[in-house]
Design a binder for this molecule. Structure first.
Ligand code: 13P
Ligand code: SF4
Length: 357
């Protein structure tokens, strides 16, 4: 039963004490979040992995790329566990190493590999945190960097100090929204793809590019629409609308604000009792905010429930099973990034950390 499951989790947590740290992303369901020692956005969770010195094991209640990042940043002897190995991210899966390598070759053929007179590289690769460790390693090897939704603009500025243009993957929307806010015209943000049907551009069309976008997207955030925002404004005059920057550009433009999951949370904290706030992000997080601030009206822009189906795969049953394993001295569902990949990926992650104010 559920009661037994929760009793097992509590008992294991008690037994393991400070040897265990549980990290939880904001999108996790409440039954899991209640056990997290630290809850945050993907950047804060990476930092938590980096700075938690005294545990042997990090159990990561989030998705695969987050657990990989934790493994890269944690101490070498620290283990990272993902309670359900099927908890991936469909956006991260939209960029695989072979396709990015092929794109890179095409870009090098167009722009050459030599820096210009100012020493700027032809292209700087920038990967969103929502990507495999192999792609972070690719960025590490090619003078590139990682960003999260909380620091994408700072990271793009870093890239433009070192390069003439940027290849941004996997999320076209975060790339487009961030570059647009920096004043880059849409004509200078072509989408790379050898396949026209994916919306790709020809090599000639890449010539004036400042930001070359990959075709990835988040299946949760692409559901948000301008019509939903208009409806919320009609129903609740004065409503404040905030969306995650993985939402399509017209949605971000129509909203009052856009930001990472932590920025959305801070926006709600800074609001006033009585405020009405419509949020464009994953529904578990929105419902938790609504419960936490009952004196405000807080709702998800999408009336059809939109959980992230892969985040949702971290069921308390898997958490209990992995914790039981730890108590028995067994590492279940450990995430281990091979050393050569981890070394290069760490370079790109450390560039991000160093670029931040
Ligand atoms: P945050 O970095 O804002 O937590 O976003 C991660 C994510 O997967 C959003 O869909
Ligand atoms: Fe990936 Fe979207 Fe889920 Fe975030 S919400 S983990 S980007 S599928």
């Amino acid at each position: 039963t559920d009661d037994e499951l929760h009793a097992r989790i509590r008992a294991a947590k008690d037994k393991l004490g400070s040897r265990l740290v549980i990290l939880g992303h904001f999108y996790q369901r409440d039954e899991v979040i209640q056990y997290a020692d630290f809850v945050g956005d993907s950047f804060q969770l990476a930092n938590a992995a980096l700075t938690k010195p005294d545990s042997d094991t990090i159990v990561f209640c989030g998705v695969h790329f987050m657990a990989e990042t934790a493994d890269i940043l944690a101490r070498p002897e620290q283990h990272v566990i993902l309670p359900n190995l099927a908890a991936g991210c469909s956006m991260a899966d939209m960029a695989d190493e072979d396709s990015v390598e092929a794109c890179w070759e095409d870009l090098m053929a167009v722009y050459g590999e030599e820096p210009d007179a100012d020493g700027k590289q032809p292209v700087i690769p920038v990967t969103y945190m929502n990507s495999s460790a192999a792609l972070k390693a690719f960025c590490g090897r090619h003078g590139g960097i990682v960003c999260t939704s909380s620091n994408a603009a700072t990271v793009l500025e870093w890239a433009f100090e070192r390069g003439q243009r940027v290849l941004f993957f996997p999320d076209q929307h975060l790339g487009r929204n961030t570059a647009k806010a920096m004043g880059i015209p849409l004509e200078q943000m072509p989408m790379w793809s050898p396949r026209k049907e994916l919306g790709g551009n020809t090599v000639e069309e890449l010539n004036d590019a400042k930001v070359i976008l990959w075709h990835g997207f988040c299946s949760v955030h692409k559901r948000f629409s301008v019509a939903q925002i208009e409806k919320a404004r009609a129903e609740f005059p004065g409503v404040k609308v905030i969306v995650h920057p993985e939402s399509p550009m017209p949605v971000v433009d129509a909203a009052d604000a856009a930001g990472s999951t932590d920025a959305i949370r801070k926006y709600v904290i800074a609001s006033e009792p009585g405020d009405v706030i419509a949020i464009g992000t994953e529904v578990n997080m929105v419902n938790r905010l609504a419960a936490e601030f009952p004196d405000r009206t807080i709702f998800c822009l999408d009336p059809v429930v939109c959980p992230c189906s892969t985040m949702y795969r971290i069921h308390p049953g898997y958490l209990a099973w992995t914790l039981d394993g730890l108590v028995a001295g067994e590492l279940r569902n450990e995430i281990v990034v091979p050393d050569d990949i981890a070394t290069d990926a760490k370079v790109a992650l450390e560039r991000m950390l160093a670029a931040l104010p």
